[in-house]
Ligand binder design. Sequence first.
Ligand SMILES: [Zn+2]
Ligand SMILES: [Zn+2]
Length: 342
Amino acid sequence: MPELRQNLATKEWVIIASERSKKPYDFKKEAPSEPTPSFVQNCPFCIGNEDKTEKDLLVYPALDSRWPWGVRIIPNKFPALLPSPDCKIEPRRREGPYLSMDGIGHHEVIIEHPDHSQTPGTMTMEEIELVLKAYYERYHSLEKDCNNHLITIFQNHGVRGGASLRHPHSQLITTGIVPLHIRHLLFEAERYYDDQGKCIFCDMLRYEKSAGVRIVYENRDMVAFVPYAASVAYEVWILPRVHQAAFGKIEPQILHSLADVLRQILGRMYILLGDPDYNYVIRTAPYPFSDVPFYHWYFEVQPRISQRAGFEIGSGININMELPEESARRLREISVNPLLTG
Ligand SMILES: [Zn+2]
Ligand SMILES: [Zn+2]
C-alpha cells in the first residue's frame, strides 16, 4: 500500500511508493565504459589551464606535494548574478504591478581537486575538509557585503545533477533576496518554536536518534539520516548536534566532523549507486537570521536517480520509490574502507 508522508520541517508531502520487487541495482548507474582521466586538455579547471579561468579569489595549497594547489575559488565565468561595489539601499523597481531589481550577487566556483577524475565520493576526508574550509572562509568574507542576504553553497554532480563540467567543483551564489522556499522554511520553523518553545530541527534530530531506523552515520558533532519523508530515494540530511542557525556560526573544528560524515555518505552512495548524479546544498539561515533560536542549518544530499515529471511539477508532490528506512539500511551496510585503501 503506498503511503503519504509529510516532512516536519518543509511541510512537503511525499508519496512513498516502494514496490516489493524493487532491487537496489534498479537505481544503480551503468559504469562508464572508459575510466575518467586525471587530466583533460580542454578542461578549464585542470592543472596547467589556470589562465583559462578568472583570477583566483582564494587558493589553498595541496595536501599532497604532487599537486600545485589543493582547492581554488574563482568567480564564475558565466555568472547568474554580478557583484556591486555599492550598497544598494533601495534596489527594488516597479513596473505597473510588477517588481524587479538589479541582478546583484556573487557567483563563485570552488574547484575541489586538481585531479579531473576525483569526486567527493572518492576523495579523502582531509581533501573534503579542505573544500569545507574554503566554503567557511568565503561564507565569512561574503557576509561583509551588505547586498548579500543569503548564501547558497551547492554542488551539481553529473548530467542529471545539472553539471556542465565533470571536473570536481561546487558553487556558491549570494542573493539580495530571501526566496519564498527559504522564507517558508523559516516561517514554519518560527511557528513551531512559538507553539512548542523548541527548535523543529532539534526535535526531529532527537526523534531520529531514538527511532534509529533512518540513521545512516553519526560522529561526535554530526548526525546523518534519511528523512522520514525523503523526497527521493537515498536523500540524506546531515544535521549538527549543536543548535546553530547558520553554517558560518559553527566552530571551525566541526568542519572536521562534517568532512568525516560527508566522506561516509558520498562514499557509500558512490559504491551503492555507482557514482550517482546528485545535488547537495547547505541550507543555512539568511545572514540577518544567523542567530535565531528556531532555525537549524543542515546539509542536504539528493541523488538524481529518478526524474521529476509532470505529476511532480503539477502537484509539488514527489514520488519516492523506496522506503526511507530501506534506503537508510542499505547505506548503513556499506563500508567505504575499500575506497580508502584502493
Ligand atoms: Zn579537469
Ligand atoms: Zn535546533
